[in-house]
Design a protein around this ligand. Structure first.
Ligand SMILES: Cc1cc2nc3c(=O)[nH]c(=O)nc-3n(C[C@H](O)[C@H](O)[C@H](O)COP(=O)(O)OP(=O)(O)OC[C@H]3O[C@@H](n4cnc5c(N)ncnc54)[C@H](O)[C@@H]3O)c2cc1C
Length: 465
């Protein structure tokens, strides 16, 4: 007869009370909960020859990589840009796969704990114009339907609409919308190489829990944020340092009285940023060097350095909550969570077919060159934001690859607009639409008629000015 987990625990407690030292020893092979749920199976992994040491060098032998999937559009990276790219391609009816090295979607927005969606539009003459539309609206509606703890409320039309999402609600909403659109999501797949034939990108090689696998595609979208695929493809890029930040969340604020808040303010403590749940606040840090110096720009690709930065930041997050607990009335403050992805503000940007700067953005608010595929909202420095031409997503040399999100092509003075969440979402959608059209027509994204891309984007609710 079967046994429930409760029976198992009860049996253990009874045996222990009876003074039996090994309570489950007699039945260990037959009847414990885990014994019923554990099954031997044949190995699913193929043996691969190990790296060897030869003449002081480590050599990896050549090996065949199995093809795990083929598709029309492959999106590498499941941050907000990758999500929007995959949504666009899947909704256009293309067979779409998204691979992500982590185990949930949203990238820096969810796993990086950056919870407020900035640059969704601009204010002009006291009215808000939302430039991030379509998929953003679908996502916000989905979050709103999940209840008041999922996303902050709407604001009057004369204010900027900058919603803050709960990261757990966000991960679920992103997954459900993407699966509904028909995209296959593959987690724990870290892209480590491209498959390339001449100048044509044919897909990528991922390291997965099933070992090294190839995923082939007509079109590939680099949505890794760090530009990993464009780098592997040998495309030109700019590398730069930026403040490597970190986020964390503190809970317990609902227990604070007015006096407690005042005491904390006098102690010089910061109350962070609002979340949908009033008990919680999220905190974003600017950047600490590996040596612990504050407000320093650092290299994202320095493995040991970034590891130290992560450790510094995590310790500071704990201290931040502990500092609250020292203040009268704030004793219930506690650290809920620290980001599972380090806060990379920038690493590489594509040196693409087009690269726009702030002056170009200002001069092109009314002037349309006919190749607009997205509109990013305002970040203050560009009060009405900027249109984005298709060329910002296109590599100059390799074909069948587009790049979106914080790695898209722009001048230095535009990086801090391009990297915000809403701008990453719209460049992602545009890259997905261009890839969908390219794969349908059997062309590369540089050769598609931009009008076909615009038509698809408009049908998907995008704002193009
Ligand atoms: C501390 C901090 C605070 C910020 N504050 C704000 C803010 O308040 N509001 C705002 O709008 N923006 C803010 N930003 C910027 C914004 O959060 C990000 O720039 C934006 O979310 C980037 O989106 P993305 O999709 O381009 O990249 P990411 O979010 O980085 O997503 C990339 C995804 O690709 C995956 N990936 C990477 N490499 C590989 C690979 N080789 N193989 C497979 N998968 C891979 C990653 O795991 C990740 O899921 C902040 C950034 C930081 C760091």
């Amino acid at each position: 007869m079967g046994m429930t987990r409760r029976d198992w625990l009860k049996g253990g407690a009874v045996a222990a009370a009876a003074g039996v030292t090994a309570p489950f020893a007699a039945k260990a092979d037959a009847n414990t909960f885990w014994n019923q749920h554990r099954r031997p199976m044949a190995s699913t992994m193929t043996d691969v020859p190990s790296a060897s040491l030869a003449g002081g060098k480590i050599l990896q032998p050549a090996r065949e990589v199995p093809v795990y999937r083929t598709c029309d559009v492959l999106v590498v990276g499941g941050g907000i840009a990758g999500w929007a790219a995959a949504m666009s391609a899947a909704k256009a009816g293309r067979k779409t796969i998204l691979v992500e090295r982590d185990e949930s979607l949203g990238g820096l927005w969810s796993n990086g704990g950056v919870l407020i969606l900035l640059a969704t539009g601009y204010l002009s003459n006291g009215r808000f114009t939302q430039t991030t539309r379509g998929f953003t609206d679908d996502l916000i509606k989905k979050l709103e339907a999940m209840g008041p703890m999922a996303v902050t409320g709407r604001v009057p039309a004369n204010q900027m609409y900058l919603p803050t999402a709960d990261p757990e609600a966000l991960k679920i909403a992103l997954e459900e919308l993407l699966v509904e659109a028909g995209c296959e999501i593959l987690y724990r797949c870290h892209d480590v190489d491209v498959v390339i034939n001449g100048n044509d990108v044919k897909g990528v090689v991922v390291e997965s829990t099933e070992g090294r696998l190839a995923i082939l595609a007509q079109e590939t979208v680099d949505a890794t944020g760090d530009g990993d695929v464009l780098f592997q493809a040998g495309e030109k890029y700019q590398q730069y340092k930026h403040g490597i930040g970190f986020t964390y969340r503190i809970g317990g604020f609902d227990s604070f009285t007015k006096e407690a808040f005042e005491n904390a303010r006098k102690a010089g403590l910061w109350f962070g940023c609002n979340e949908p749940c009033s008990d919680n606040r999220w905190y974003g840090m600017f950047g600490t060097s590996p040596e612990g110096k504050h407000n320093v720009a650092c290299n994202r690709f320095d493995v040991a350095g970034v590891s130290k930065i992560m450790m510094h930041h995590r310790a500071e997050a704990w201290k931040s909550a502990a500092d609250f607990r020292k203040v009268k009335g704030c004793e219930k403050a506690h650290l809920i969570w620290t980001a599972t992805q380090i806060g990379i503000r920038g690493a590489r940007t594509l040196d693409g077919v087009k690269s726009i700067d702030r002056a170009w953005a200002a001069a092109h608010l009314e002037k349309d060159d006919g190749d607009t595929v997205a509109w990013m909202g305002s970040d203050g420095a560009s009060p009405k934001g900027s249109r984005v031409p298709l060329g910002c997503l296109l590599p100059k040399t390799v074909n069948h690859l587009t790049v979106c999100g914080r790695a898209a092509s722009c001048a230095d003075d535009m990086i801090d607009l391009f990297r915000l969440i809403a701008p990453c979402l719209v460049t992602g959608q545009a890259a997905g639409a261009a890839s969908a059209v390219a794969s349908q027509k059997g062309l590369g994204p540089r050769d598609v008629n931009v009008k076909d891309v615009q038509k698809l984007l408009l049908a998907q609710g995008a704002y193009l000015g």
